[in-house]
Design a protein around this ligand. Sequence first.
Ligand code: CAA
Length: 256
Amino acid sequence: MNFEMLKTEIHGRVALVRLDRPSALNALCDQLMGELGTALRDFDADPAIGAIVLTGSDRAFAAGADIREMQSRSYPDTAMNDFIGATWEVVTTIRKPVIAAVAGYALGGGCELAMMCDMIIAADTAKFGQPEINLGVIPGAGGTQRLTRAIGKSKAMDMVLTGRMMDATEAERANLVARVVPAGELVAEALRVATTIASLSPVAVALAKRSVSRAFETTLAEGVAYERAVFLALFGTPHQREGMAAFLEKRKPDFI
Ligand code: CAA
């Protein structure tokens, strides 16, 4: 795949997508988000890929939507052209797990993009924030909703109303991130996690992701019923036979 604002690499069954717009701290302009949507959709459709890692640079995962590009937009134009909308939402439609590996700034749309991923692994240099209030607007790619669900109302209000940044230690304490690692080990650790996931039953992984994601969209009773239906359906797959036989035969399962 050839992109101007992304770099992609394949590591076994894992695709690594690196946001690569250093001149603007990976600000998420229309072109970059278009390229990202294409890359994610292509890797999602590729059976040789089992999980995706999304990262940025040491300095910035992404410093937000592109303020220079956004500055002159007007209301009817933003509404009629579905600004943010479908282009960004692509990230939430990917069936395979997407791990955000965040070093440096993850601000505004950058923080929102990381939160659209299935888990965030942070470098000890990571800084998260929703500073849109300083620009006279509010988060526009899910920040008020996903941040609130992740860290709770009081802390989300603190972040969204003051625009302050949260460091990696605070983000881990607040449950925004799954784990924090030294900056030099970030991508290797994310690739390790993704490689483990990519070695498991692809259908069980996809349905596990869908079931956890369901918790944010439904009642407890409906979510549990959905989970049960998925659990039972997996008994119709060869992976359930292989996984359980391997356990009983004291060997490693072979799902791929
Ligand atoms: N959009 C466009 N360009 C950006 C940018 C952004 N979000 N963030 C940084 N840049 C550019 C800067 O303009 C600068 O470019 P020039 O060298 O051409 O001037 C370059 O990246 C380096 O940035 P700084 O010189 O500002 O670097 P710094 O180390 O002094 O500060 C920073 C880093 C604190 C991240 C600062 O750049 C900053 O505050 N950026 C804006 C963060 C922000 O407000 N994000 C929210 C955007 S709105 C949004 O995301 C809406 C939404 O919800 C979808």
